[in-house]
Ligand binder design. Sequence first.
Ligand SMILES: Cc1cc2nc3c(=O)[nH]c(=O)nc-3n(C[C@H](O)[C@H](O)[C@H](O)COP(=O)(O)OP(=O)(O)OC[C@H]3O[C@@H](n4cnc5c(N)ncnc54)[C@H](O)[C@@H]3O)c2cc1C
Length: 404
Amino acid sequence: MDFAFDARTEELRGRLLAFMDEHVYPAERTAHEQRAALASPWDTPAVVEELKAEARRQGLWNLFLPDTEHGAGLTNLQYAPLAEISGRSPQLAPTALNCAAPDTGNMEVLAQFGTEEQRKRWLRPLLAGEIRSAFAMTEPDVASSDATNITTHIRREGDSYVITGRKWYISGAMNPDCRVFIVMGKTDPDGPDVRRQQSMVLVPRDTPGVEVRRAMTVYGYEDHYHGGHAEVVLDEARVPVENLVGEEGGGFAIAQARLGPGRIHHCMRLIGMAERAIDLMCERAVHRTAFGKPLAAQGVVQQWIADARVTVEQLRLLVLKTAWLMDTVGNKGAHTEIQAIKIATPRAVVDILDRAVQVHGAGGVSQDFPLAELWAAARTLRLADGPDEVHQRSLARRELKRFA
Ligand SMILES: Cc1cc2nc3c(=O)[nH]c(=O)nc-3n(C[C@H](O)[C@H](O)[C@H](O)COP(=O)(O)OP(=O)(O)OC[C@H]3O[C@@H](n4cnc5c(N)ncnc54)[C@H](O)[C@@H]3O)c2cc1C
């Protein structure tokens, strides 16, 4: 077993680390200052566009997309350590590299299931970083972790689909650059197979009947860098039938396909967030003195640091193994491992961030350090892309099957 990264990964890691040091970290403060001066907090600060242009110039662009026609052609195993590095500055780096959710998942869907025309109209500008997109599945009125519950109705009328429903926590939708939503709804609500009732359609933001109603917060944060999370109401929104993604009844299967890579990308970035938390924790502990000695000399703080390092090493190995399995046996064959990392990573990283907050005292919960916001972001990943309990249930069922 070889634990070294291959030459291409090492070369990209070196370039990405330099890009983070030279461009991304220095831009964090600038982005905050520029955002404060924007007419709307949902607009994109100029420095983000500058970062995108620089990343593209350096070839650090669309690294997430394994197909060589549209993306960088990296395997999951090659992309994993790069996504981890971008996770150290989750507000800026993934967007700078055009590797941010939910656009990544939407680009994968369009690359895999889109028609020629859909790719031309939506995939091309997304790959160029000219527009953003959103994925609209979750609904406030039903338990949406069970996608068969979705009630949004997609009715066929001649050459159109007419869509009515209410969605919330639709990431990215507050950003005016978000020009299109992939909406999941039911084309056949009474069909006998509950997993064939759903379809996905592309709904341009400016379609009459589409209302981005309000921003949903995350522990009070508006998540401006991710384009917020919106409640979106569709009231008889009409789109041409050509906007169907894949086939009628194929929505559930596309949603499953979309979430595999998305989950591992989140876990990779979470490990980067944990590494940043460890750095901040150590730096603070070394420079802050209480009761006559640095915090770093306190046994309890050393224990937190050691535990955090052990946990991160364990998580990284599991994430890399999962990436390798996805590359070698496919997403289906890596099902158990994808679920395992989705269960293990967010909760462990939330814990590490919490310890880092503790070491910082009041500063830890303040706006002067990134920890509070990182904690809130990591905590949401115990819900988004499937709550822990849903993954645990499905993983346990597969284990039990062997004994039935
Ligand atoms: C920050 C953020 C961003 C998001 N972005 C998007 C987005 O872009 N697009 C989108 O469509 N959605 C998005 N979501 C929504 C997310 O995917 C859903 O919140 C998630 O799927 C859970 O659905 P729900 O909120 O309806 O919870 P529910 O389905 O109501 O579940 C509530 C709780 O019930 C428990 N539960 C459910 N099923 C089981 C089970 N089988 N066994 C045991 N316990 C169970 C779990 O503890 C679960 O947390 C986002 C959410 C957040 C917080």
